[in-house]
Design a protein around this ligand. Structure first.
Ligand SMILES: Cc1ncc(COP(=O)(O)O)c(C=O)c1O
Length: 433
């Protein structure tokens, strides 16, 4: 019996006759049917991930956890609708995310807006949408007061703080707490922010932290230190306000394995740690979290076809997508498993630089241009799958080089449906005057 590949899981990513299947469907057939480059998501896996998270909190005796899906990871309305059906709340980081969340069926009470460098125009849209506004700076708080004048009592806000030197993330650029960080109100000013918000007459209902994205197992302990610190700050904030908060939001961050060398995120340790810290506090409010990657990351793959195979400095497999489709390798040196969809486990491998079709020398899908990837059987026309591309994939895509953003397909109960068309030339250029 052949050993399973690390990413195989029942009813999600499976190998049958040496071919890669997702959600019960053959990836090579999907590539033929819908063309490449193509994002394919397994909706059943998204629901499974969400429910696994929820179950971990139920088992940790925190059944009323509020799970705000961080839609920045993947904002497709079809995915939002799936998560709305699971009773998810929503975490939005721009006014347009808020508007799309509402359009996808989330009620305004279930949406929390956490922005940075928020303009007055942004604030006007948020006020009209009646969503909860998470304050990121004193400047934002003061401008919000100017906009609402005597109506502050109708506006619900929370405060994002920076819990200090405890950032964590898979890359320096995904760490969002600590000294050299633009997010949140620093420790020294946070109680002052609560005082000011009270004087202004706002309904102040929550305290929020988000320390980074893409944690590995060891980051849980770092995170749990911030949880205790945040809960004790929430107790102090309640004293300032003179009433109880509705929630403390502990942000997103739980990671997923991208390669064989990374472990699955210890979700029980995470949930139990949060539950214990909460039980040890005097708080009676709800606890919220806002995961993005954990919910959608491993649900999606990017399919791409090999155009050219050529020995240059390295052996190059040139494909029909680029960092305009999936920027994580070029942006963060991120690792994505690359699989030959038709010959997954064939023994005869060669080492390739899997290179994109953009005119940029950083446009490749290996984690570095010095690390060629052993892949079996690549020829012109071979379909490759980049795994774990469901989060921060399409969401970060662009029309750089005037290349089209890829199409997207969602599988639900073994049926594939196109949910986004590939851009046409007309669509790409239609805004130009
Ligand atoms: C405020 C906020 N919440 C939640 C998230 C989601 O993070 P992740 O996808 O790592 O769970 C992010 C992402 O950076 C964020 O900025």
């Amino acid at each position: 019996m052949t050993k399973k590949n690390w990413y195989e899981s029942k009813d999600h990513l499976e190998i049958k006759n040496n071919q890669l299947f997702i959600g019960g469907l053959n990836t090579t057939v999907l590539a033929k049917q819908f063309g490449t480059p193509l994002y394919v998501y397994n909706g059943n896996r998204i629901v499974e991930n969400f429910q696994r998270l929820k179950t971990a909190f139920i088992q940790a005796s925190l059944p009323n956890i509020r799970i705000h899906y961080a839609m920045k990871a993947n904002f497709h309305p079809a995915i939002l609708r799936l998560l709305n059906q699971q009773n998810a709340f929503l975490d939005c980081v721009s006014p347009n995310e808020v508007l799309l969340g509402l359009k996808a069926g989330f009620s305004s009470e279930k949406i929390l807006f956490t922005g940075t460098s928020v303009s007055n125009d942004d604030l006007k849209i948020l006020l009209k949408a009646k969503v909860l506004i998470n304050i990121d700076s004193l400047s934002q708080l003061k401008r919000l007061k100017k906009l609402v004048k005597s109506n502050a009592g109708k506006v619900r806000i929370s405060v994002r703080w920076n819990p200090g030197s405890f950032g964590a993330g898979l890359h320096d650029h995904t760490i969002t707490a600590g000294k050299h960080v633009k997010f949140g109100i620093p420790e020294k000013q946070v109680l002052n922010a609560f005082k000011l918000a009270k004087i202004f007459g706002f309904q102040v209902v929550g305290l929020h932290e988000h320390i980074g994205s893409g944690w590995k197992g060891k980051d849980v302990q770092t995170f749990l230190k911030t949880v205790s610190k945040t809960l004790s700050m929430a107790e102090k904030a309640e004293k300032v306000l003179g009433y109880s908060l509705e929630f403390v939001d502990l942000g997103g961050g739980p990671g997923i394995p991208y390669s064989v060398s990374q472990d699955f995120f210890p979700i029980q340790e995470y949930a139990k740690g949060i539950a214990l810290a909460f039980q040890n506090s005097k708080l009676t409010c709800s606890i919220a979290i806002e995961p993005g990657r954990y919910v959608v990351g491993d649900s999606g793959i990017l399919l791409t076809t090999v155009n050219t195979v050529e020995q240059k400095g390295s052996l190059i497999a040139g494909v029909d997508s680029g960092f305009n489709c999936l920027i994580r390798p070029a942006f963060y040196g991120a690792f994505h498993e690359i699989v030959n969809c038709n010959q997954v486990n064939s023994k005869q491998k060669q080492k390739y630089m899997v290179a994109g079709n953009l005119c940029e020398s950083s446009d490749f899908f290996n984690e570095s241009k010095y690390q060629s990837r052993p892949i079996p059987g690549i020829q012109e026309g071979t379909v490759l799958a980049l795994l774990c591309a469901g989060a921060y994939g399409y969401a970060m895509s662009s029309n750089y080089n005037l290349r089209a953003r890829p199409a997207e397909v969602l599988i639900w109960n073994k049926k594939a449906k196109i949910i986004t068309r590939k851009d046409s030339f007309k669509e790409i250029v239609k805004k130009f005057r």
